[in-house]
Ligand binder design. Sequence first.
Ligand SMILES: [Zn+2]
Length: 248
Amino acid sequence: MRSGDPAINRNDASYRSRFTEIVDKHFTKETDHAYPALVSKVPVNGHRLWKPYDGGDYDKEQFDIVHGVRDQEHCSICDFKIRDEHTCWTNENRACLLCDECHDVFMPELTKHPKIQEYLEDYRHGDSQNAFYRLTTMSHDVLPDLITAFKKERDGRVRVFLVETIWQHRQQSVIPFLAECVFDPEPDIWKEALSGLVTLASPQAIDALRSARSRQFPRERDTDEYRSWIDEAIEQAEAELQKLKDDK
Ligand SMILES: [Zn+2]
């Protein structure tokens, strides 16, 4: 059952500041909020200590197992009381808890990355160095949004620039995206994607290059030329991969 009251105004400054203050914003959904815990028999400084019980051995002299313990009972933003039947969201060590309503309102704001468009504007106005630096030093969480920006972008020059910023994050997770770009009609795009796959130089990147060999162009000599680019990229990626192995 969903938790949280959809009717409250979450634009209210007090709610917003509570969200801003949450340091760890990586939340995962909890469907079974209550969990067993070990609770100390003797209070320390007036409080009973407790920790989540994972099923292993425990000191029966010191602890009791209690089922259905909750460290947090209320949404950290709107104070909605979470009950057993509710789903909710917690971050690491259950330090904070969000109701479904607060989660759905606040979390998309983090992934919208309005800065992407701002930096692309810098690029369009000739400040490519700053734009490149900004976009490649953002956290890797930005990658799905950079890929979305690429898909929406119409300016060919900006599209090439986006492919480069994406692979420069040097994350294996972008290989499927680069594998698609290798089939792009624009030579500048597929060449940029080749650079990325060569740099990533993993077995997965090499597989992506190999599958590009099947690409056919209407004119045979275009197919031949494309294939020679691909073959060279495969050779470079394999050499790079070998070097990485030797360095280990
Ligand atoms: Zn809430």
